[in-house]
Design a protein around this ligand. Structure first.
Ligand SMILES: [Zn+2]
Length: 227
């Protein structure tokens, strides 16, 4: 078999879709990240106010300060939120994933934002709130939330994206398939299939094969045998 790396990947992904998606995702990530540098701080202040409200119910009397820095004062101690807006930046990949997905239906975009953003928001609040029972009461449940925050922050945007755009995601992870010109079956590794299954071809079949590869020049590149 004369398969290169690209040919190997083609068995697992639709590599053309994947590559163009990754490029768009990268570009949108940069755009949204630059925006986030300016608005992330305000988002953090909103999170802090909502957390303060919830902490009040939990019996933590906190005072929130935000001038140059954002921090809480609780029971005589300062709880800082330095650089926390960067920890909450997973809204950036979430938006980038949505905008990098092509042929989007406005209804699905709306639905994914209306559901996805609150889910991410709730998690950010839960993570901030958890720091208080963790520091002041050594709560192991709170510790669990804080410890898993890194993984959840990373995974949540992708999970939400898969949930709302599973049709597109499954297209990326489905290798491109072709109908075999000899036996008429749909195959994903078509060049490999022809090479291994259809030997001793008749003149008519050879001609059909030639026409097939002329119609799909992208297959010639991955199969060095046919020139
Ligand atoms: Zn066949």
């Amino acid at each position: 078999m004369k398969y290169g790396k690209a040919g190997f990947l083609k068995k697992f992904f639709n590599s053309e879709l994947l590559v163009s998606f990754v490029i768009r995702f990268f570009i949108f990530s940069i755009i949204f990240f630059v925006v986030w540098i300016f608005i992330g701080k305000y988002y953090l202040i909103i999170i802090a106010y909502v957390s303060k409200f919830i902490l009040g119910f939990m019996g933590y009397d906190v005072t929130l300060f935000h001038n140059q820095e954002i921090y809480f004062i609780c029971r005589g101690a300062q709880v800082g939120l330095t650089d926390a807006e960067l920890a909450n930046y997973n809204i950036v990949p979430f938006l980038a994933l949505i905008f990098a997905t092509p042929k989007m239906n406005k209804f699905i975009i709306g639905k994914s934002l209306l559901f996805g953003l609150p889910v991410i928001f709730i998690f950010h609040v839960a993570n901030m709130v958890a720091h208080f029972p963790y520091y002041y009461n050594s709560s192991s449940f709170a510790q669990g939330i804080i410890n898993s925050a890194g993984v959840i922050n990373m995974g949540l945007p992708f999970l939400l994206w898969i949930l709302f755009y599973r049709d597109y995601v499954s297209k990326i992870f489905k290798p491109k398939s072709y109908i075999c010109p000899i036996c008429g079956e749909r195959k994903s590794g078509i060049a490999e299939h022809i090479e291994s299954v259809h030997k001793n071809l008749s003149e008519k079949e050879k001609k059909a094969l030639k026409i097939f590869f002329e119609m799909h020049p992208e297959l010639k590149k991955e199969n060095g045998r046919r020139e």
